[in-house]
Write a protein of this length. Structure first.
Length: 572
RNA sequence: CGGGGCGUAGCGCAGCCCGGUAGCGCGCCUGCUUUGGGAGCAGGAUGUCGGAGGUUCAAAUCCUCUCGCCCCGACCA
């Protein structure tokens, strides 16, 4: 393609609206433009990258035995009411009414639609396993869209759904997708890690997320450096402590802590370690108010709490609820002599702590040397906290490290969650109706493109991995001289014949402008043709990533570029 | 949803406090010169100052309402 025939509105300045690297560079490189918050137009250059990612996804999905179809973006509320997600999905679901006042939504994911299709069309186990996928625009009315394509309200996703006759088959389908995802993200040139994950709004039993490791990631990944354990923070298990505090029990006593509410205030006022303090948090579920005890230096993991309680979500109780339940304002709640009968849950670490500092359930007072069983009772111990760096691995293979990651894909083993609610049954070999066992598998295509930039850029711009680059070669003739122009035209033609994608900067611009735009756009290889070089019989081939320049005769260009692109080491 | 910030030319911004002809840089258009890392000179075009209402002789500027966008937070007691 010639630059003059392509809409590539590069920007010299950073747009004020963009903070993160990928957002800024995609705007500056003329790849995307914003239409509304979290809603973007893909310009030709951006779309080329999207198509590259889609191509890799499509190849690997097909190779894994999945078949492509395309479902509608709009779907009727009835399907969503069958599974309860019309209500459960909440405000994230884009809803609208048609002219007859019937409720519809824009699909955020398609379990309902695909399950409806399969229950109608597939009756026999003979037709299973079945895995259908699509690549499509999805809609989620995010609470806070941000970072350009990273968290949009409209985004491109590949979603796949597998149907099996039994659990064993479903696990096999899951494993195939897991393997396919490994290949996809590897081929995209990303440094990533598959981690155990919670199942969230989608539901199901088993799940892995594929995380691109990057500082700007919104998710936290927990893993062992040398071991095999990796999970996201929501999921990461924390084993109970193996040693308990050997300190002798001290007599409990009340101390005045005027206006000291937070962990920091109380610990510095009493000159104690946060490890001695116990936070007494009041949580509300749909049904009850309950108490959660957590050590001062730990954080409650609400996903774990909700899962333990078997509810969708838990919220912290309001100050009023706290007052009513504990007889004290927020900041002075404690487990000792609670006025109201409530369930008390505690993180495992509480069991191993002695002589704890807790709220006194009266204003401006705490209790010191509170001890389990002697002074208060706990109804249930559980793993309720977030893992921290240095915690032992739940697999016993070392200590945990934390890192930030961008979630680019997630696979779920759903079991019969949807098939049961929607009565998607198939006949087995004995003629018995059985619920289809499902899995679902998503890849954020547009987010993958953004994540690739987060991981591959420098101060000057993007450095595309070869497989998803919008063009392989950026052809930069530096003058309008006949010799340079003819050589450029010739090489453009030769490279094109060899199947190499070339962006030909045919603008009558100064060298600096072309170089800067080329660095910004980030094609892996820059082919520079200037009068000086030609006079000496060579052109220059520059590797964007390393800045290395090779001078070579024009006749060797096609062969060299081909070997770099197709060869095993594309790390040029 | 709460807090903060911002809407003025394609982009980045100034002007607003203290009302009085709407500016700067880059970009864009024309011409000449230039041509290996964002050229020089000369000439030129470009704005419902986010929108609505109000105050005033007069509003980008003051007041009210409203829309949009960005950032942080969303309860760890």
């Amino acid at each position: 393609m010639r630059t003059t025939q392509m809409l590539i509105p590069t920007l010299r300045d950073d747009p004020g609206e963009a903070e993160t690297v990928s957002h800024r560079l995609m705007l500056r490189a003329g790849m995307i433009r914003k239409v509304a918050a979290g809603v973007y137009t893909y310009l030709p250059l951006g779309l080329r990258v999207i198509r590259k990612v889609e191509g890799i996804v499509r190849e690997e999905m097909n190779r894994a035995g999945a078949q492509e179809l395309l479902m509608p973006i709009a779907s009727p509320a009835e399907l969503w009411r069958e599974t309860g997600r019309w209500d459960f999905y909440g405000k994230e679901l884009f809803r609208f009414k048609d002219r007859h006042e019937r409720d519809f939504c824009l699909g955020p994911t398609h379990e309902e639609v695909i399950t409806d299709l399969i229950r109608r069309e597939v009756r026999s186990y003979r037709h299973l396993p079945l895995n259908c996928y699509q690549i499509q625009t999805k809609f989620r009315d995010e609470i806070r869209p941000r970072f350009g394509l990273m968290r949009g309200r409209e985004f491109i996703m590949k979603d796949a759904y597998s149907f099996d006759k039994d659990e064993a088959g479903a696990q096999l389908s899951y494993q195939k997708m897991y393997d396919a995802y490994q290949r996809i993200f590897t081929r995209c040139g990303l440094t990533f890690r598959a981690v155990e994950a919670d199942t969230g709004l989608i539901g199901g039993d088993v799940s892995h997320e594929f995380m691109v490791l990057a500082e700007t990631g919104e998710a936290t990944v927990v893993y062992t450096d040398h071991g095999t354990y990796a999970a996201n923070l929501e999921r990461a298990e924390v084993p109970p402590p193996t040693e308990s505090d050997p300190a002798p029990l001290q007599p409990i006593k009340a101390v005045s802590t005027p206006n000291k509410r937070t962990v920091e205030e109380v610990t510095s006022f009493l000159n104690i370690s946060p490890r001695q303090l116990v936070k007494t948090l009041l949580y509300k579920t749909g049904q009850e108010v309950l108490v959660v005890l957590i050590r001062g230096d730990h954080e409650v993991n609400e996903v774990k709490l909700a899962r333990l309680l078997g509810v969708n979500e838990v919220t912290l109780a309001s100050p009023l609820d706290v007052q009513v339940t504990t007889n004290a304002p927020v900041g002075f709640a404690g487990p000792v002599d609670l006025k109201t009968k409530v369930r008390v849950l505690a993180d495992h670490a509480i069991k191993a702590t002695r002589n704890m500092v807790v709220g006194a359930n009266q204003p401006d007072a705490h209790l010191v040397n509170a001890n389990l069983d002697r002074d208060f009772k706990v109804d249930q111990f559980a793993d309720l906290r977030n893992a921290q760096a240095g915690d032992p691995s739940p697999r016993g293979d070392g200590r945990l490290t934390l890192a930030k990651g961008i979630e680019v894909g997630q696979v779920f083993l759903l079991g019969t969650k949807y098939s049961k609610k929607m009565n998607a049954t198939i006949l087995d070999a004995q003629g018995q109706e059985r619920l289809a066992v499902m899995g679902c598998y998503g890849i954020g295509v547009s987010r993958t493109a953004a994540a690739a930039i987060e991981q591959n850029h420098d101060a000057k711009g993007i450095i595309w991995p070869v497989p998803i680059a919008p063009f392989h070669v950026h052809l930069l003739p530096l003058s309008q001289s006949t010799a340079v122009q003819e050589q450029a035209a010739h090489l453009y033609d030769q490279l094109g014949r060899a199947g190499i994608e070339v962006l030909w900067d045919d603008r009558d611009e100064r060298a600096g402008v072309k170089f800067n735009d080329a660095d910004l756009i980030g094609a892996p290889f820059h082919l520079v043709i200037g009068d000086k070089g030609l006079a000496q019989g060579h052109v220059e081939l520059k590797t964007r990533k390393t800045g290395t320049v090779s001078k070579l005769p024009p006749s060797e260009v096609v062969g060299t570029v081909s070997s770099w692109i197709n060869g095993p080491s594309t790390g040029h």
